[in-house]
Design a protein around this ligand. Structure first.
Ligand code: GRF
Length: 188
């Protein structure tokens, strides 16, 4: 059995999509969701889906080994950042080389880095008159959005598209591709 842990900070629609997808796959299980936000909607989703979820604070994450110790107990084969907004500490990454991945709502290396999340990304894509946008799934290193790229999917940006339109298109790409890419990675 392959063990998956998900980190999320907000709504958790990607976390829910992954959990539901892997409900139907025999050899993969989402065993734990972790969040830095005790009010995150992802916690409600986990309750409904019957998935163990915990929130943690900054000290537990990066100034002590509390979160690392949870991971050591859970022994994940893959750690997925799905809308997780804090930088992942190097000392945790060192224990999970090539086992931590992130999804970003743009075509990296463009529109990545600190502050580039959520609508900030889509606003910038529209402001720059880009013709294409998309999603990037990549390994995580100690810098925001810089690890090597595993997968990208693109969509058109029409001249009439608003940032909200792009958010909807990106959401559809994430729902379609993220679970499949994770499944492929776990079966490599
Ligand atoms: C997604 O667009 C993801 O690409 C980005 O944050 C958003 C999270 O949405 N990293 P949700 O919390 O999964 O609904």
């Amino acid at each position: 059995m392959k063990r998956v842990v998900i980190f999320a900070s907000g709504s958790g629609s990607n976390a829910e999509n992954l959990i539901k997808f892997f409900h139907n796959i025999d050899n993969v299980s989402v065993i734990q969701v972790l969040t830095n936000n005790p009010h995150a909607k992802v916690l409600d989703r986990c309750k409904r889906l019957n998935i163990s979820a915990l929130s943690f604070n900054r000290v537990a994450f990066s100034k002590s080994e509390d979160v690392l110790n949870i991971l050591k107990k859970q022994k994940p084969d893959l750690i997925i950042l799905a809308g997780f907004l804090w930088k992942f500490p190097k000392f945790i990454l060192n224990h999970y080389e090539n086992k931590v991945i992130n999804i970003h709502p743009a075509l990296l290396p463009k529109y990545g880095g600190k502050g580039m999340y959520g609508m900030h990304v889509h606003n910038a894509v529209v402001a720059n008159n880009e013709k294409k946008t998309g999603i990037t799934i990549h390994y995580v290193n100690e810098n925001y959005d810089e690890g090597s790229i595993i997968f990208q999917a693109k969509c058109d940006v029409l001249p009439t598209d608003t940032p909200e339109d792009l958010a909807s298109k990106i959401h559809l790409l994430e729902m379609e591709y993220f679970p499949k890419v994770v499944n492929d990675l776990l079966n490599e």
